[in-house]
Write a protein that binds this ligand. Structure first.
Ligand SMILES: [Zn+2]
Length: 90
C-alpha cells in the first residue's frame, strides 16, 4: 500500500525549515532537487535525492505551494538573513 507524504513547513517558515522538510528521508541529505507540480488538482513537489537517488512525491497545501513557487527563482537557502528589505520601516 502506497503512503502519501505531505510537506511539514508553513508558508512563512525560514528557508532552512522549508529545505529540511524536503531533505531526503532515506539518507537525510539536503542535496535534493525538486520540481513543483502545480498543474494537478492536488499540488505537489517531486523530490529527488542527488546523494542516494531516492525519489518521492510530497503533497502541498496552497500556502506551501505558493512558497515553493517563489523559490523557483531564488533557490532555498540562498539568502538566510532575516534583515528587512531596504526602505522598510520597523
Ligand atoms: Zn538520499
Amino acid at each position: 500500500m502506497a503512503t502519501l507524504e505531505t510537506a511539514h513547513f508553513r508558508g512563512d517558515d525560514a528557508d532552512v525549515l522549508v529545505a529540511a522538510s524536503l531533505a531526503c528521508p532515506g539518507c537525510l541529505s539536503s542535496d535534493v532537487r525538486w520540481t513543483l507540480d502545480a498543474e494537478s488538482f492536488d499540488p505537489s513537489v517531486e523530490v529527488s535525492c542527488d546523494a542516494c537517488g531516492h525519489r518521492r512525491r510530497v503533497f502541498l497545501e496552497p500556502m506551501q505551494e505558493l512558497r515553493l513557487a517563489l523559490h523557483e527563482e531564488r533557490p532555498l537557502g540562498q539568502d538566510m538573513r532575516t534583515t528587512p528589505a531596504p526602505g522598510v520601516a520597523l
